[in-house]
Write a protein that binds this ligand. Sequence first.
Ligand SMILES: [Zn+2]
Length: 222
Amino acid sequence: MNQSDLETLWKFVRGDLAAPDFEAWLYAHKELDAALGNALYLELISANYRHHEDVFDIREKLRTSLQTPLKCECLPLSDLAVIPMGCDGLDQRFFASVEEVHACGPDLWWLHLSRCKVCGQNWMIAQEERIYDDYMLKRLTTEEARQIVENGKWPDDFLTYEKVLKVGQALSKACRFLDTMSFSLIDTIQDLKRSRPDITNAEMAALLGITIEHVNALAKVS
Ligand SMILES: [Zn+2]
């Protein structure tokens, strides 16, 4: 199977390509019969792509079939993804092939550009180790990566700590703090306020996964 077909199949599996668009693409690529095997190919072309359960089943069957020959973790990850630090070892497997190629600098200390030495995929990565303990990832095109390295022009998804936390809020779960006055919380509130002075305590509470009363108490000491 060629790399372009493999990328499109994974794009559908991870949910970055809608079912109707995948169906149209599938009918235009009858050579997949040989690459995927006749049984799986028949299932793919006979599925009802307007039926949620069929689409779920097909995605899982394809995931199982495509997983085995992978030499890196890039293709199964969504275009915007979150990898927990530690947890199930996905971070170790991911960073076994993905290396930092460019850091944004001390002002945006969480942000860097990395590249997979196996498949060449570029990733913009925000390292968030205060509130969510996650790596936030965005898949970048070669051109987007070039703009970063040559012109210092970063896509705006992780350009403020508030944006980074919003990704965590949408895709992950905030840590629970045994120390309710933890410096991780206090420093984050200070950074959020500095970056956008009119941010409300309710907004910060939602981003940090804590109550407004807790934010009020942290704001008093910060
Ligand atoms: Zn890769």
